[in-house]
Ligand binder design. Structure first.
Ligand SMILES: O=C(O)COc1ccc(-c2c[nH]c(CNC(=O)Nc3ncc(Sc4ccccn4)s3)n2)cc1
Length: 313
């Protein structure tokens, strides 16, 4: 299929793999890019040298476009913003903040900049700042989230800006892609479905938690205390955090609890103390597949669905 996103990024599928902290490393990103989508390396809160190494690895593993996601709450954000210029990274997505101050330098370097936004106000601000496209991420998504659902947020951002919009949050099959296109999106960003991929390097306990999750198994920490809201699979960790939030948790204590626990999930598979970030769509994901199978099935199913549905009118 062709949209302004396939033209802008030079890819077969207008589908970005979410730049999930600790999860999105070179093996997964290269598999998604080789499959025709856009693989992302997570900046997360990782040291610059670690991210530089992953960028160099992914360049050896794929000749297709790839990107780096910079989480703007990270203390390394400034250094990572410079690194993507030095390493001539073609695509940069950003999350958890406003990338306005880096935009000019990135655009001058020829980088395609795609901020993730949770609201119309930020979408308009990012368009004015020079963003090439936007990811409109609904609250269904895993990790750090805003308040609005994908169904409500995407059409309002599409109506508010002229640059192409990519839908994210709750998308994991052809139906989700078809729905996103009907809402006016010209591509999708997906994270949770790629946790259940062969090439994803997370601990098997994490993959099994995703496969065994049911629709109501995600919890959002941070909302009670007004800290950064974070959607993840419900476990003893989320129960403990939410109890502490009711007693009063400082932002520092919350973030220390959150970012450290992500490694415990991804690397150690620590089911009681890990933060297993995943979106509400985890309840629909029942098998581990290759990134190629995931992308081919989503786009083939969406095409068949739209053709079939169009005949009902
Ligand atoms: O108004 C402003 O200045 C910016 O406001 C914003 C507020 C929120 C966002 C936003 C929402 N979702 C995203 C993109 N998604 C994400 O960033 N997802 C993430 N998952 C795990 C992360 S690591 C983390 C982060 C916070 C606490 C604990 N751990 S970041 N960006 C973007 C901008």
């Amino acid at each position: 299929m062709n949209t302004r996103i396939t033209e802008l990024l030079g890819v077969k599928y207008p589908a970005i793999q979410g730049g999930m902290a600790w999860v999105a490393e070179s093996t997964l990103a290269a598999a998604v890019s080789n499959a025709g989508g856009v693989g992302l390396i997570a900046g997360g809160a990782a040291p610059v040298d670690v991210v530089r190494e992953e960028i160099r690895k992914v360049k050896k593993l794929t000749d297709n476009p790839f990107g780096v996601n910079i989480m703007l709450m990270s203390p390394n954000a400034e250094d990572l913003a410079q690194l993507v210029i030095e390493e001539q990274v073609p695509i940069v997505t950003t999350g958890a903040g406003n990338p306005g101050k880096f935009m000019e330098a990135w655009k001058t370097a020829g980088i395609k900049v795609i901020p993730v936004v949770p609201s119309v106000a930020l979408a308009k601000r990012m368009e004015r700042a020079g963003a090439d496209a936007l990811v409109a991420e609904g609250t269904e998504a895993g990790g750090h989230i805003g308040e609005l659902t994908t169904m409500a947020l995407v059409p309002q951002i599409v109506d508010a800006v002229d640059i192409p919009v990519i839908a994210a949050g709750g998308i994991a099959d052809g139906r989700g892609l078809a729905a996103a296109l009907m809402l006016g999106a010209e591509g999708v960003q997906m994270g949770t479905v790629f946790l259940a991929s062969d090439e994803c390097q997370i601990h098997d306990n994490y993959k099994n938690l995703v496969l065994n999750a049911k629709d109501t198994d995600s919890a959002v920490t941070g909302r009670i205390s007004g800290c950064a809201a974070c959607r993840q699979i419900r476990n003893k960790f989320t129960k403990r955090i939410m109890e502490k939030e009711r007693e009063g948790l400082t932002q520092e204590e919350f973030e220390e609890a959150c970012t450290g626990s992500l490694r415990k999930a991804v690397k150690d598979g620590d089911k009681d103390n890990g933060s297993f970030m995943a979106g509400q769509i985890a309840g629909m994901i029942k098998e581990i597949r290759s990134c190629q199978e995931i992308l081919d099935s989503i786009f083939n199913d969406a095409e068949e669905l739209i053709i079939r549905k169009s005949k009902q009118f």
